[in-house]
Design a protein around this ligand. Structure first.
Ligand code: AGP
Length: 608
């Protein structure tokens, strides 16, 4: 999951490339590099580690040229050294390449290129591509790239430039995303529109198999055989400002605090708070289509998979349709039983997660209609689906997903109500449900108000070695999410578990050193959850109870209590996760971790 950016125009490319890379660093921060072309020669500057190392390296040295490529790496081949950093060049230095993806057959291609006399300087798969272009180059870069992509298999988003064809860059896509940015007298290429926000909001998304020849005047797109293709430009809704920190110390903290607005924006236009009428206008959700579905399949990865687990509760509970949930990475390799009577819903913040994309393609191949719940308009999952119900969380820059999770839950709630309506089990939302949704953004603000208390708990427990999170029903996935947030950004081992399952094993972990978050809101599962809380106490575990009503039972068994506003049981997970997000954040800050760019992770996982 690397970040790639390219520029061709009349301005000095290097400063623009760096600005673009700053906005893409969430995609990978193992090394970074730029290459610019001037007077027929490339200047290549690379550095291991964060982009800040490269920026320091560029100080006081010239990197001339109005054509350039920039890259941030999430290492897949070889250690994140300067030698393995992109851009990579061919033997002559006349071809430079940046790449996001993995070439599966690079070793075999490398062997035949070595046999043909090519010399390699890195351990990467990408460098092989530079030599393939060199071998195929006869004066036309686009033609050489078309030949080279034909020789390598795997996933790729590539940008290539040649000193033999100044003022031109060629992009190619198969899998990871690439957008072309439309400027006047200049053109851009990037992995994600957010990188281009300071300069343009008009972009064209390349599709799988597309190649583009880009120069200052614009671009032409063709397929692997050179046949011209037309792609529709998109105007990106949010601007550069939305991708700023607004004075927050970290993007993650900003995004946690944006949840009330993100929820209001996500609900806006989808329900009438006056009548409870739903307006999820999609032919796929019309009664006659829904009548043909005998089950729903939810596919996702990571935090989005946790949303899917809660989606199962909501859809089965409200629409009485059986729901199956699967990991994208698992679904694509098991021989799933799916057909046209299965409504498949893909959930993804980025809309580019390779495992989810592949799983959805598998479901589609089996004839299942696809609905996408995504946060990035124009993303691959949005474009491959038959219908999209978007979350409007705005750009999510911090690697740990927060506002995307809560807005996904809000959309899944509306989808459950829509399926219920289309199955003739009730028109729109009841007055009680509408009222609960209308109050949701405010309730989320009140949940955020627990922050000082949460910060205090983080001060007390940031030194703990392990954590356990317990919940029942829809709060079991919230427990999973709480554990994931803590693992992701503080590197502490944490497990989420169905509270009822604890006695079947994990209770062996419980002692006076283990903090245990017990999610016990006032719902159907509360009584049983309190008996699990007592099991924790009977082994001296440190019980931190997240609840909506404090009573003697809880006061008696809990060491710490976090009191949250109460809403309907279906919507309560949206509030319950907020203090867990804040806890993970403050523990990570206290441990000096890099909250927005945790080690080994990347925001959008675009390779398998
Ligand atoms: C969550 O904090 C992680 N960033 C990760 O688990 C993420 O949820 C997963 O990679 C799925 O991403 P998506 O929602 O963009 O598809």
């Amino acid at each position: 999951m690397c970040g790639i950016v390219g520029y061709v125009g009349s301005k000095e490319a290097a400063p623009l490339l760096i600005e673009g890379l700053k906005r893409l660093e969430y995609r990978g921060y193992d090394s970074a590099g730029v290459a610019t072309l001037s007077n027929g020669a490339f200047t290549v500057r690379r550095s291991p580690g964060k982009l800040s190392n490269l920026i320091a390296r560029l100080e006081g040295v010239s990197t001339p040229g109005t054509t350039g490529l920039g890259h941030t790496l999430w290492a897949t081949h070889g250690r994140p050294t300067e030698g393995n950093a992109h851009p990579h060049t061919d033997c002559t230095g006349r071809i430079v390449v940046i790449h996001n993806g993995i070439f599966e057959n690079f070793a075999e291609r490398k062997a035949s290129l070595l046999a043909a006399g090519h010399r390699f300087t890195s351990e990467t798969d990408t460098e092989v591509f530079a030599h393939e272009v060199e071998a195929a180059f006869e004066g036309d870069l686009l033609a050489a790239v078309r030949t080279a992509v034909g020789r390598l298999s795997g996933a790729y988003a590539l940008v290539v430039s040649s000193s033999e064809e100044p003022g031109v860059i060629v992009a190619a896509r198969s899998g990871p995303p690439i957008v072309l940015g439309i400027g006047s007298g200049e053109s851009y290429v990037a992995s994600d529109p957010v990188a281009l926000a300071p300069w343009t909001r008009d972009v064209v998304f390349l599709e799988d198999g597309d190649l583009a020849r880009v120069d200052a005047a614009g671009f032409s797109i063709c397929d692997a055989d050179g046949r011209p293709l037309k792609r529709v430009p998109h105007r990106i809704l949010w601007d550069a400002v939305a991708a700023e920190k607004w004075g927050y110390r970290h993007f993650m903290l900003k995004q946690i605090h944006e949840q009330p607005t993100a929820l209001a924006e996500t609900l806006g236009g989808k329900i009438s708070l006056a009548t409870g009428e739903l307006s999820l206008e999609s032919e796929l959700l019309a009664p006659e289509r829904v009548a043909a579905f005998d089950r729903v399949l939810l596919l996702a990865c990571g935090t989005s998979w946790h949303s899917a687990l809660i989606g199962k509760f909501l859809i089965e509970g409200m629409a009485r349709l059986p729901v199956e949930v699967d990991y994208g990475s698992e679904f694509r390799y098991r021989r799933p039983v799916v057909d046209a009577a299965t409504l498949t819903i893909g959930i993804s913040q980025s809309g580019e997660t390779a495992d989810t994309v592949a799983a959805l393609s598998e479901a589609r191949r089996a004839g299942s209609p696809l609905l996408a719940v995504v946060n990035v308009a124009g993303s691959q999952i949005a474009r491959m689906a038959d219908a999209v119900v978007a979350t409007h969380a705005g750009p999510e820059i911090g690697v740990a997903s927060t506002k995307a999770f809560t807005t996904q839950l809000a959309v899944l709630y509306l989808l459950a109500a829509k399926l219920r309506e289309s199955r003739g089990l009730g028109k729109g939302l009841t007055p009680g449900e509408t009222a609960a949704l209308a109050h949701l953004p405010k309730a989320a603000s009140r949940a955020l108000a627990t922050e000082p208390r949460v910060e205090d708990l983080a001060r007390q427990f940031h030194g703990a070695r392990d954590f356990l999170f317990l919940g029942r029903g829809p709060h079991y996935p919230v427990a999973l999410e709480g554990a994931l947030k803590l693992k992701e950004i503080s590197y502490i081992h944490a497990e989420g578990y169905p509270a009822g399952e604890m006695k079947h094993g994990p209770i062996a972990l419980v002692d006076e050193n283990l903090p245990v978050f017990v999610l016990a809101p006032h719902d159907n599962w509360r009584e049983k959850t309190i008996s699990n809380l007592r099991e924790v106490k009977s082994r001296d575990g440190i019980a931190i109870v997240v609840t909506t009503r404090e009573d003697a039972e809880i006061a008696d068994a809990a060491d710490e209590v976090l009191r949250l506003p109460e809403t309907s049981p279906e919507l309560q997970p949206i509030l319950s996760v907020i203090p867990l997000q804040l806890f993970a954040y403050h523990v990570a800050v206290r441990r000096g971790c890099d909250v927005d760019q945790p080690r080994n992770l990347a925001k959008s996982v675009t390779v398998e």
